[in-house]
Unconditional design. Structure first.
Length: 158
């Protein structure tokens, strides 16, 4: 009888679609590591202005139309929940309460998706029944969308 088994080396070497991280995911993890190191250097009394300037700089780096979306979302979030502190989270603009991220904005280019995302973490106070939304696809913002986001952010931060 002929042995038809393949060596482990030959099967894993040709399997390039394993469950590893994508380039974008590895980039986000590297950005998160930088954020943690910078936070440790600044210490526990990190200035809120530092976080805001980092968020605004990250938004400014985004290509259109995500830059415009990020700018509008930043303004809506600041107006709706001024107690939230802007900060970077995995290289994305995020807004935290007591050091814990409540909501974030992910540009479409971050993970090469067809739309930007505005999402809430499990720290957001949005629990309603047995199921509630935690992220929204965003392609443009109307006045009604901004009002809805403002209401959600205010509730999430409460």
């Amino acid at each position: 009888m002929k042995d038809t088994r393949k060596s482990a080396k030959s099967t894993t070497a040709t399997d390039k679609t394993s469950g590893g991280f994508s380039d974008e995911e590895r980039g986000a993890m590297k950005e998160r590591a930088k954020e943690l190191k910078a936070s440790a250097r600044r210490g526990p009394r990190a200035d809120k202005a530092d976080g805001e300037s980092a968020v605004l700089a990250k938004i400014a780096e985004m290509p259109e139309p995500d830059r415009a979306l990020g700018e509008r979302l930043h303004a809506v979030i600041k107006a709706s929940a001024p107690a939230l502190s802007p900060r970077l989270w995995y290289g994305m603009p995020a807004y935290a309460k007591d050091g814990k991220v409540v909501c974030f904005f992910q540009s479409a280019q971050k993970f090469n998706t067809r739309y930007a995302t505005f999402g809430f973490s499990d720290q957001a106070n949005l629990d309603e029944g047995a199921m509630w939304p935690t992220a929204f696809a965003v392609t443009k913002l109307t006045a009604a969308d901004e009002a809805r986001i403002g209401t959600l952010v205010k509730k999430a931060a409460s």
